[in-house]
Each structure stands twice: as structure tokens, then as C-alpha cells.
Design a protein around this ligand. Sequence first.
Ligand SMILES: [Zn+2]
Length: 225
Amino acid sequence: MRNIEDYVNELDHIVGKWCICQSCLVVDDDRGRSSVGSICPVCGATSEGSQMYFYMSVHTMIDLIREAYSSEHNIQNEGTDYEYQLNTHYISVLIYFCTLREILLYQLIHELCKSQKIPKGVYERLRSDNKLYIQKQNKLFPSLTGLKWNDALNVLSNESNNDYEKLNEKIMELVEYRNKFIHQGHKIFEIDSKVAEDCVKNTHLLIQLFVDLHNKYVHKEYLNK
Ligand SMILES: [Zn+2]
């Protein structure tokens, strides 16, 4: 069984490996795609190199999660009778994890609109009408894919070995901790090592989910042409 250190170390490798074919838009971990002149095994297009899929902000959030999880406890009044520990690094991990989820959905919606050739003006209006994460998930995503979020997760879970519905339940639990932190500041001590560990352990699957969503609903557009 993998321990938490294995999950933390794994964070180094979970986003950089994903490349996209600029022609058929498939996303995979075929290292060859980054070499100029390589041939896409799906559509036969010639690669022009540097085809990293995830936005730099996704890479940054993963780095921040790792950095925050690995940092030391914040000790207040050190060496005095009033010394106590603050769990600020666990709170950082949680906030970064929830932000990562928001960036991933933002990127997916952007890629969906691009592949469906939605005019720039319409895209801008859709964005400004759906600023909240929940609007993007429950309104924009279904209108761009024809499936409700939970139904899409059900489809992907059945097509893979990954239980994305369970992942979604865990994420909702973690988002609830984040919301309580924002609205009820005194709840900070509920955000403990277990919450931070759950974030770290589920980051890999969260990334995999958005790769699968892309291939199912963005790459598929190309295949249907
Ligand atoms: Zn291709």
C-alpha cells in the first residue's frame, strides 16, 4: 500500500507528462509528442513540438500543494508557556486543491468552447454569465456536452477503472471544509492532517479526470467531424 510520501512525491510527475496533439486534440502521455516531427498515432499529424496540455497555472498549483504539504508547522510564541502550533500549511493545501479544481474546470470549458468554435463574443458572455464554479459545472458543462456533470462522471467511471463518482463525493467534502473556513473562521482547527492528506491523495485522480473529460468531450468533437 502506498503511503502519503509516495503520493507527495508523485505530484512531481502528474501534470508535465500530459501532451496534446494540436491537430486531433487528443491528450495522452506519449512523450514523443514533444519532439518536433513526431507523428500522432491517432490522426497522423506531424508534431511541431512543445505540446504540453495543462495550463501553467495547473503546474503552479500542483507545486504549491506539494510545497505547502511538505512545510513545517507554524509555531506561535515559541519557547514560551503560550507556545502552540497552527495548521496553516494544511489550510494552504486545502485552498490550493480547491483552486486547482476551479482552474481545471475553467480550462476544460475553454477547450470545449474552442473546439466547438464558439465565437469569441459569445464565449466572453458565457464566461461573464457563469463566473461561479457551480454555474460552470451545472450550467455551462451540460450545455456544451449534452450531459449533466454527475452523468458524465458516471459514463467515465464505467469506461475506466477510476471511480470518479466517489472522487466527486470526496471533493464535495473537501470543498465544504474550504467553505466553512471562509464563512466560519473559527473552524480552522477542523482542517487537520487528514484533510490535507485527502487533498494530496486525490490530486492525481482529479488530474486524470480532467484528461478523460477532455478526451471524451473535446477530442471526441474532432473524431465526429
Ligand atoms: Zn492527433
